[in-house]
Design a protein around this ligand. Structure first.
Ligand code: PEP
Length: 250
């Protein structure tokens, strides 16, 4: 059985007091669900968020991490720093990191390797841009992203990998991949993981969908057999919407 996951990426939103308030509201309204629930506040609010969610089953996760152990990397945060405050999961390769901060597959391979070395779980994001899909290159692009960043990992690392397919054209745009498009791509991803490793590895890895998931469309997307939950941006900033999305997977 694969783990279902609903993870909220709060991006560069919410001050410290707003973070506390949203966490408290989420913890109070959290429905019973078999899915793991995670939220990713900004770095400066992580330590307090971890403390605050101590008795909740909401896992607080990070949005990013550097590949080095420590050193002269102004503005960056290391794996040990995350682990030290109780963080066990980090989002890597989000399309905004790729587009605005120049993160490419080679850099992301180093970040994932560092997370694996340190025992952190990675939620690895990838997905094609609109022009790739229009040109019919979406499978090729996704295969290349996974191959370059992940397929050098040993089999043993895959217990710490969660995949998040996020077509760039669907992120923050209100445009969602149809449930059929999501299923088609998720099945393809599972197949190439199986080809690169084994069917057992492919069957065990959770593959999340991300891109304008809302309470209205979540249940249909999550009902697809190869979709194991979602990475949620905008809709994770409102407790009622996020809770409704968690309910959609139960
Ligand atoms: C995201 O940023 O990972 C995301 C899926 O955003 P949104 O849900 O707002 O499209």
């Amino acid at each position: 059985m694969r783990t279902n996951i609903v993870a909220g990426n709060w991006k560069m939103n919410k001050t410290a007091s707003e973070t506390d308030a949203l966490l408290d509201e989420l913890a109070a309204k959290l429905p019973d669900s078999s899915a793991e629930v995670m939220v990713a506040p900004v770095f400066v609010n992580l330590a307090e968020a971890v403390r605050r969610m101590d008795t909740s089953r909401i896992e607080v996760i990070a949005q990013n991490m550097h590949f080095a152990d420590s050193g002269a990397f102004t503005g960056e945060v290391s794996a040990d720093m995350l682990l030290d405050i109780g963080i066990g999961t980090v989002i890597l390769g989000h399309s905004e990191r790729r587009a605005y901060f120049g993160e490419d597959d080679q850099l992301l391979a180093k970040k994932v390797a560092q997370a694996v070395k340190k025992g952190l779980r990675s939620i690895f994001c990838f997905g094609e841009e609109l022009q790739d899909r229009k040109a019919g290159k979406h499978f090729e692009v996704v295969a290349s992203q996974l191959k370059k960043a992940l397929f050098g990992l040993p089999v043993s690392a895959w217990g710490k990998i969660v995949l998040a397919y996020e077509p760039v054209w669907a992120i923050g745009t209100g445009e969602t991949a149809s449930p059929e498009q999501a299923q088609e791509m998720h099945a393809f991803i599972r197949k190439i993981v199986s080809d690169a490793y084994t069917d057992a590895v492919a069957q065990k890895v959770s593959i999340l969908y991300g891109g304008s998931v809302k309470p209205e469309n979540a249940a249909e997307i999550f009902s697809k057999p190869d979709v194991d939950g979602g990475l949620i941006g905008g809709a994770s900033l409102k407790a009622d919407d996020f809770v409704a999305i968690i309910r959609a997977i139960s």
